[in-house]
Design a binder for this molecule. Structure first.
Ligand SMILES: Cc1cc2nc3c(=O)[nH]c(=O)nc-3n(C[C@H](O)[C@H](O)[C@H](O)COP(=O)(O)OP(=O)(O)OC[C@H]3O[C@@H](n4cnc5c(N)ncnc54)[C@H](O)[C@@H]3O)c2cc1C
Length: 355
């Protein structure tokens, strides 16, 4: 069974699909709640519908790393996207970190800024990280190779479910409606017809904040659902991990909380084909890798939580934020490719500015 470590937001927002909405957001994760926050800041009336509860999806199940950039190293990103675009992506994610934490307005979201370390899996990754250090410094970013790892001192970590809850708490009463599963989105000449079971809503604009689940609703959107798995240990009395660590080209990651628990995730690279799925149950194969790795870090306590979540991967590795081609009145804010905590707040800002 999937038992995420993070406590779900304590507030409940039961509701039903309204008959009309100026802006209707579908999905109550970090993307949906960020959209609601940015639209409210622009005095644009919006409602958010979520089929389960807010933070039920990947946003309540992730590792909570706030990293600069994408899964690829900076050197690789420069090769993939060009120097200017890579720099822009790193700047956006740095800004996402600062602005999202500011938006919590002092609520406790487990934020710490201890930096992050990227640990190479071998010679090839080491060479890319050393090259990345030079390129990052030339482009004005604070990053240093410490002889073993690429350390990014401005990165941080958060309790992702608490972050979603902190944004949701600022929404006007009635703006969040849980338990509303949208079954169809149909653009019409002057509005968008949204269906949830036997209820319909005429919406001026619809925003899909459904990340890994988007293709269930709009199959033409190319976002690949991808499972990621984690586990958590009981609190360790000793400090075993100095800062969030990311390794094996982003396939493996771990951190230790202030309260001592070790959270470790990834190892999707060991069975990549089985992880392209909407299934969000942990598997024995990957959990075994995670448990062994936790023990190698020195964790002795029992495993208290094992879980999995659904990420949404795009072909480019970059998020989708803007109007959806061929669907008038429908926007998308999704496809965070395993880095939604680092991208969603700023992607939502961009989409809110377009509306
Ligand atoms: C194990 C794991 C570890 C990760 N670690 C990190 C990390 O450390 N740092 C990082 O930046 N990112 C990480 N990620 C990725 C990050 O969690 C996601 O990119 C981010 O949470 C996506 O947020 P979202 O709001 O777009 O999607 P989600 O949080 O998945 O929210 C989408 C919501 O839409 C709802 N929904 C879907 N379809 C419908 C419908 N038809 N009607 C109504 N509601 C619907 C779902 O119920 C869901 O709540 C990790 C992901 C996982 C699974």
């Amino acid at each position: 069974m999937s038992t995420p470590f993070w406590a779900p937001p304590p507030e409940k927002y039961p509701g039903r699909l309204p008959e009309k909405a100026d802006v209707l957001i579908i999905g109550g994760g970090i993307a949906g709640t960020s959209l609601l926050w940015h639209l409210a800041a622009r005095r644009i009336p919006a409602v958010l519908v979520e089929r389960e509860r807010i933070a039920w999806g990947a946003s309540g199940r992730n590792a909570g790393f706030l990293l600069a950039g994408v899964a690829s190293s900076y050197a690789e990103a420069v090769r993939l996207y060009g120097r200017e675009k890579a720099r822009e992506v790193w700047e956006i994610t740095n800004e996402n970190h600062d602005r999202m934490i500011e938006a919590a307005r002092g609520q406790e979201v487990g934020h710490r800024r201890r930096g992050s370390a990227i640990l190479p899996s071998g010679d090839e990754e080491r060479a890319r990280l050393v090259e990345s250090e030079h390129l990052l410094q030339e482009d004005g970013f604070d990053a240093r190779w410490d002889g073993a790892r690429l350390v990014n001192p401005r990165d941080g970590e958060v309790d992702p479910a608490a972050m979603v809850a902190a944004l949701a708490r600022q929404a006007r009463p009635g703006a969040i409606l849980e338990g509303v599963g949208v079954t169809a989105v149909q653009p019409r000449s002057h509005d968008v017809l949204v269906t949830a079971g036997d209820v319909q809503c005429e919406a001026g604009v619809v925003i899909l904040a459904t990340n890994g689940y988007t293709s269930e609703l709009v199959p033409s959107v190319k976002i690949q659902p991808t499972r990621a798995q984690m586990l958590a240990t009981a609190p360790e009395p000793r400090d075993l991990v100095d800062m969030p660590v990311y390794s094996h080209y982003g396939y493996r990651y771990w951190r230790q909380l202030r309260t001592g628990e070790i959270l470790i995730g990834g190892w999707r690279d060991t069975t990549p084909e089985t992880e392209k799925t909407f299934e969000d149950e942990p598997t024995p194969e990957i959990q075994e890798h995670l448990e062994r790795a936790a023990r190698e870090l020195g964790a002795r306590g029992e495993i208290t939580h094992r879980w999995a979540g659904t990420m949404g991967f795009t072909e480019s590795g970059l998020p989708m934020g803007g109007p959806l081609e061929g669907m008038k009145g429908v926007y998308i804010c999704a496809g965070f490719t395993g880095h939604g905590m680092a991208f969603a707040f700023m992607t939502a800002k961009k989409v809110a500015e377009m509306i």
